[in-house]
Design a protein around this ligand. Structure first.
Ligand code: SF4
Ligand code: SF4
Ligand code: SF4
Length: 308
């Protein structure tokens, strides 16, 4: 169990707790963020002078990303602004980057982070939420220009938050509603294709989507793997472990690992898994035709229980 299970899971996996998909939580989210921000009111005054308009969001002295009291900002706008700030600082003032990284980590943890889940877990998630829809992937659009492209229809949207995408069809090609059966079929299709399933919060702990991603098109995977923004994408509940006596060293599983955690021990003709790098997506296990990889629980595996 990760720290979100402890905080939001009621003793179990937090992403299988129905309250984290609830409409009431979605509606409450902005009020709670503003309440939290109100506590930091004094600090806003310290950030800007008394006659200046306070920023809608800012970074506190202890490195937390926070909203200003009464801010009416949208999550999408905050995210784009933050990314713009990072891009502007990149290459111009590298001294700013460690501070910005802290800010991005804090923003992600509080508002919009991802976590790897297995196909089986994703299927359980779509059983406990309503409505379900599918829409075009923003990462593929931003990072690879994939727009109006059926291969980029990969984001399963969950819960009441998705009605806004239905209302704005010009953005992300709108959204198509799915039944639970259809959602499971899509998830299995993405799994066969080699996509990693990741849940996403929209004001933590409200879970608003299950994405189906790959490196390097996914900005979440890139943020974590290439730039060490650890809070952008957490590892899953499991880790892959090879069953050596069954492995024939064909190397097929390695092509499905989006996290660079696998290699071939050529002298032994056996696969090698760096379990510290493993995110627990189970892609390797699902694609091994010899059932030579098992998934073990992170929490009960020595050396891995604190690596999320
Ligand atoms: S997280 Fe994955 S599916 Fe979601 S927008 Fe990014 S790449 Fe697309
Ligand atoms: S674990 Fe399976 S897919 Fe991977 S190298 Fe061994 S036999 Fe091949
Ligand atoms: S080793 Fe297997 S379970 Fe781990 S990240 Fe790679 S494909 Fe996923």
């Amino acid at each position: 169990m990760c720290h979100h299970c402890i905080q939001h899971g009621g003793g179990g996996k937090w992403f299988l707790a129905a309250q984290n998909f609830a409409a009431t939580l979605y509606r409450r989210r902005r009020k709670e963020a503003q309440k939290k921000a109100a506590k930091a009111e004094k600090k806003v005054g310290e950030v800007v002078g008394p006659h200046q308009k306070p920023p809608e969001y800012y970074m506190t002295e202890d490195g937390e990303f926070a909203l200003s009291p009464g801010a009416q900002v949208d999550l999408d706008i905050m995210f784009s602004d933050l990314m713009r700030e990072v891009l502007e600082a990149t290459g111009k003032d590298v001294r700013k980057l460690p501070i910005l990284k802290k800010k991005v980590n804090s923003f992600m943890a509080n508002y919009h982070f991802g976590q790897v889940v297995t196909l089986e877990e994703a299927e359980e998630m779509v059983e406990i939420t309503y409505p379900i829809g599918i829409m075009e992937c923003i990462c593929r659009r931003e990072s690879r220009g994939m727009y109006n492209n059926d291969n980029a229809m990969t984001c399963l949207s969950l819960g009441v938050g998705i009605y806004k995408w239905e209302r704005w069809p010009e953005t992300f090609r709108g959204m198509t509603f799915l039944s639970v059966k259809e959602a499971k079929e899509r998830l299995r299709h993405f799994d066969r294709r080699g996509n990693v399933h990741t849940l996403w919060t929209f004001y933590t702990p409200y879970i608003g989507g299950i994405c189906n991603c790959e490196y390097p098109t996914c900005l979440g995977i890139r943020g974590r793997v290439d730039y060490d923004v650890n809070e952008i994408l957490l590892k899953g509940e499991y880790c892959a472990m090879p069953i050596e006596e069954r492995c024939i060293g064909c190397g097929e599983c390695i092509t499905f690992c989006q996290f660079g955690a696998m290699s071939l021990q050529v002298s032994r003709n056996k696969v090698n898994i760096n379990m510290k790098k493993c995110f627990g997506c189970a892609q390797c296990a699902h694609h091994c035709r010899h059932e030579a990889i098992k998934m073990v629980e992170r929490m009960t595996t020595p050396g891995l229980r604190d690596l999320w």
